[in-house]
Design a protein around this ligand. Structure first.
Ligand code: HEM
Ligand code: HEM
Length: 193
């Protein structure tokens, strides 16, 4: 297989770049969600402040990775949907993927906006400062927090549908949908038992 084939997606599979971005972002986002829900419940302490700072820096990392991912996605193609997949399923998949992309920008940007409107400084892993997205503003702060919280509930709901669909394809339809997103993929379409 030539290098260009490994780097670019084909009908048989997602490219190494798409797979790496997919799984890296997936792990970071799941971690951010879990830490985000726990950290707000912690009593005020230096540890809480450190966890908040970590949440923000990792969230900004997701934003940067999403910019790369979007550029790559516009440049690369996606593998074809399995043959015979009904139109409602391909439409639902396209809609879910589109909303996931949108929310993966809305989440870090609303967090950044909330931080700015709250008049908190934002340092990226303590290395350098990032600019504020707005002046201090209590109303904007409340709105950004609502978007950050409701955005997460919507993201989590879509992820449940997304993972359920991936597992349904793998175990019930027995097609290559999940395999071709896996770095260790080897399989061809498998016969039903
Ligand atoms: C936070 C977690 C996750 C996020 C944000 C996410 C997001 C996405 C997005 C946006 C796409 C569309 C890619 C594109 O069109 O460029 C995608 C594809 C895919 N994801 Fe995920 N994903 C996550 C977790 C998972 C998990 C846990 C699984 C498996 C159980 C999975 C399986 C897949 C598969 C198989 C595809 C390819 C679908 C296709 O070929 O149509 N994802 N994911
Ligand atoms: C994909 C990226 C992100 C995800 C999935 C995420 C997720 C979450 C979640 C689930 C919460 C808990 C919400 C609640 O119930 O109160 C939260 C809180 C928070 N997030 Fe994020 N977040 C992300 C990015 C960011 C970024 C980039 C920042 C700031 C630069 C940020 C700042 C905050 C802050 C300050 C809180 C605490 C809000 C409070 O004290 O009530 N987040 N985040």
């Amino acid at each position: 297989m030539s290098t260009s084939k490994q780097l670019r997606s084909t009908d048989q599979g997602w490219s190494a770049i798409s797979q790496t971005l997919h799984w890296l972002i997936a792990v970071l986002v799941i971690g951010l969600g879990i830490v985000g829900l726990i950290m707000t419940e912690l009593p005020t302490s230096p540890t809480k402040i450190k966890i908040y700072a970590l949440h923000k820096s990792v969230g900004i990392t997701v934003l940067a990775l999403m910019v790369l991912r979007l550029i790559w996605r516009l440049f690369d193609r996606r593998p074809a949907y399995p043959s015979g997949m009904p139109v409602w399923q391909t439409s639902l998949a396209t809609l879910t993927h589109g909303l996931l992309y949108l929310l993966l920008f809305v989440m870090p940007l609303s967090g950044w906006l909330y931080n700015s409107a709250s008049n908190f400084a934002l340092r990226y892993f303590g290395w350098f400062s990032l600019p504020a997205l707005s002046a201090p503003d209590p109303q904007l702060k409340a709105l950004a927090l609502e978007v950050h919280q409701w955005g997460f509930y919507l993201l989590a709901s879509l992820l449940l549908v997304h993972v359920a669909a991936a597992l349904k394809h793998h175990w019930m339809e027995r097609d290559d949908t999940l395999n071709r997103m896996l770095p260790w993929r080897t399989s061809k379409e498998r016969p039903r038992p």
